[in-house]
Design a protein around this ligand. Sequence first.
Ligand code: RUB
Length: 273
Amino acid sequence: MDKKKRFDKISEDIKSIKIQGARTIAKAAFYAYSLIPTKSSMKKLLSLRPTEPMLEKVLSLVGKKSNKEILAHFDEAQMQINKYVLKIIQNNDVIFTHCHSTNVVNSLIFAKNAWKKFQVYNTETRPLFQGRKTARQLKNTGIKVTMFVDSAAAIAIEKQNSKDKVYANKVFIGADALLKNGIINKIGSGLISELAHIHKVPVYIIADSWKFTKKKVPIENRSLNEVWNRAPKNIKIKNPAFEFVPKKYITGIVSELGIMKYDDFVKRMRKEN
Ligand code: RUB
């Protein structure tokens, strides 16, 4: 395949969510840009997933850092995140997660390999079912996974009176954007975090600090066919792909910089950026 065809294929896969998740998107876009490093390819890549500041950050570093350094960051940051997440997970935890985040999944697999005993509750994540990818990857490494439909999140998180009902005691979610007053992640993340907050279940954001931005981040609205293909005419459908989670619902953020209170993380990022 020539460079142009490879570039177009990667772009198409990012747009259609075959390539998904902030970290994987940023890596793929970085590779695509290295194939055709022009202004117009940069513009095209930036337009594919508007809610992805990590993609913008990585492309903005081209020429300022070596390609090797940029690529190394992804795995180095993940390794640090894994070590910090390991400190948070206790034996017998039930960890609730949503959608598919490599920062979350990789750190759970690391904890499993470090002999932590825990199980995961996850959501299917309508409309595109990224939760199935999460469940498959976790199951393949021997982590016990229980999947819930999105609207059963309360059943999974709320403390039940009966002592044999097991409920999630921690929520781990990834992030697409880290903002000064909260984060943006897959639609449903706000609802789940609010629910967890009400039930005093800690919510941890597991995310690479390169997702931080001072800019305003638009919420991507995706095709209505994802929700209901060939829906009857005159039914209005909305399909926002992401949702804001205010910092008041966030117990802590785990990035390669450590486990921090959200405000402390923002202070540090503002100094550095
Ligand atoms: C994926 C999603 C993920 C974040 C973080 O949404 O919301 O939680 O992108 O992922 P989509 P990662 O499937 O629409 O891309 O930890 O892999 O960067």
